[in-house]
Write a protein that binds this ligand. Structure first.
Ligand SMILES: Cc1cc2nc3c(=O)[nH]c(=O)nc-3n(C[C@H](O)[C@H](O)[C@H](O)COP(=O)(O)OP(=O)(O)OC[C@H]3O[C@@H](n4cnc5c(N)ncnc54)[C@H](O)[C@@H]3O)c2cc1C
Length: 440
């Protein structure tokens, strides 16, 4: 039987620079040079993996010799190549603008901030999705926070959030315009909506991301989030489906800057759905925007208490210090689990993510699950009796001492001087109780 010879044919003129072949080659025979793939034929083993992944059909394996020549030739187009071609149909970074009767959730502007970087890395447009009724003002704001384009469906049926019409509207837009990435807030609405859309579109969704980046070789979205109880950070990739969907908690990303008067291209669509087709009815709407409820994610000053308080009564002292600073009371999970304070005060992985100007941690050890929720604070002051407590590793200023001596002293100082300035390091802190102060 004649010996068969396999030859790799490479047409560099067709190369689009996607670099999929580079990652697939098992012997590192392909490299990117000046934006195009270059093959080292001395190293190549003619396995044909590049043929399978190349969306531009640059590669071909030719089998010569023997009667079975034709039968042995591998098909040039296979599932992997088809997949790559299918993924290449998707383009653009989209951000869902979450609003309730015209009040936009600030996480939307934070996502436009993060989305801008992703879109620039991918070399594509950043777009906003605005769904609701009387959305002119929200649409203008989307442009001012950086959306190049805004897809708008403005209908009475979308006046209040309901899963079915909102999911239908998003799915319709995504199927028509094929974005590569869709971002939503990890809020009650965003979590509900993102899950419904991803399920319907059979695509991947990563919840509660703390970091988003682009793999320049594959264009995949690198979605980082805490895993295994926050002990490791996992980076998740949606390799085979589009769009790639992710939710991000409020205050994890910095907001996009607002540029007054910045215009956005408006693409108006409609929705083929009537009220009688929606089984869920909104019977009343309560506007919470100005309520006294705990709003930790958007508090500028937070004073948090931990197990070091020794009992629920300790939170009275925390509340007193919070009041002296004009701040909000936060808590560690240990105190919430012990029933000393309600869950809406909890900061951390299973509580709120916060990003205040000043975070005061009192009797909190600094477990990773607490740190992930507050380490984005501008300034952190830690009060702990243990000089080796982990919280001091992230603290801007540390006070080693008994919180029951330190906090009353801080409250006393607040009655005489601007305590906020002192804790932000803008004025000297001199304690009279003899507690040791540690400046970073
Ligand atoms: C899946 C998972 C999710 C979690 N999510 C969260 C979360 O969202 N948020 C969160 O906070 N935790 C979370 N945890 C729990 C976390 O691991 C810690 O158990 C918790 O943060 C500890 O709380 P603490 O710092 O108040 O208590 P401790 O770790 O017991 O620390 C108490 C601190 O108080 C100090 N202290 C004691 N007495 C005094 C005193 N008189 N004066 C000054 N200091 C004093 C001690 O030195 C100590 O450092 C989670 C855990 C898991 C497994």
């Amino acid at each position: 039987m004649a010996k068969k010879t396999r030859t790799l044919i490479y047409n560099q003129d067709k190369c689009t620079g996607c670099a999929y072949c580079v990652g697939e080659c098992p012997v590192d025979a392909i490299d990117m040079v000046d934006g195009v793939a270059v093959v080292d034929f001395d190293v190549c083993i003619k396995c044909g993996k590049c043929v399978k992944v190349c969306p531009a059909d640059c590669f071909e394996i030719v089998v010569e010799g023997g009667a079975e020549e034709e039968a042995a030739a591998e098909p040039v187009v296979d599932e992997e190549a088809e997949l790559r071609a299918k993924l290449a149909e998707f383009s653009g970074v989209w951000v869902f603008v979450e609003q309730m009767h015209g009040h936009v959730h600030a996480v939307s502007w934070e996502l436009l901030g993060s989305g801008r970087k992703l879109a620039d890395d991918l070399g594509c447009k950043l777009s906003a999705i605005v769904l609701g009724h009387h959305m002119q003002k929200v649409t203008v704001e989307a442009g001012e926070y950086g959306a190049d384009q805004t897809y708008v469906i403005d209908l009475p049926i979308l006046e209040s959030y309901r899963t079915q019409p909102y999911a239908m509207a998003c799915i319709q837009l995504i199927q028509k315009y094929k974005p590569e990435i869709v971002l939503m807030g990890a809020t009650t609405m965003g979590r509900d909506l993102a899950g419904a859309i991803a399920t319907d579109l059979h695509t991947g969704l990563t919840a509660d991301c703390t970091g988003l980046d682009i793999d320049p070789e594959t264009r995949n979205l690198l979605q980082t989030r805490p895993a295994f109880g926050g002990n490791i950070m996992a980076t998740i990739v949606t390799r085979k489906t589009r769009p790639q969907m992710a939710t991000v908690r409020p205050r994890v990303m910095a907001s996009a800057p607002k540029e007054e008067g910045r215009a956005t291209e408006i693409i108006t669509e409609t929705l083929d759905l009537t009220e009688d087709q929606v089984p869920t009815k909104v019977v009343a709407f309560r506007d919470n925007a100005d309520s006294e409820d705990v709003n930790l994610p958007f508090s500028e000053i937070i004073v948090s208490g931990g197990r070091g308080l020794g009992g629920p009564a300790g939170f009275e002292l925390i509340a007193e210090l919070a009041e002296a600073l004009g701040g909000t009371v936060g808590a560690s999970r240990a105190t919430v689990d012990a029933g000393w304070i309600s869950h809406d005060h909890q900061v951390g992985q299973t509580g709120s993510t916060v990003r205040p100007k000043l975070y005061v941690a009192c009797g909190i050890s600094g477990a990773i699950q607490h740190l992930v929720g507050m380490e984005g604070s501008d300034a952190i002051v830690a009060i702990n009796s243990d000089p080796n407590a982990k919280i001091f590793n992230v603290a801007t200023y540390g006070i080693v001492g008994d919180l029951y001596k330190v906090i009353p002293e801080l409250i006393r100082i607040a009655s005489e001087r601007d305590l906020k300035k002192i804790l932000l390091g803008e004025e000297d802190l001199q304690l009279t109780s003899g507690e040791e102060t540690m400046n970073e």
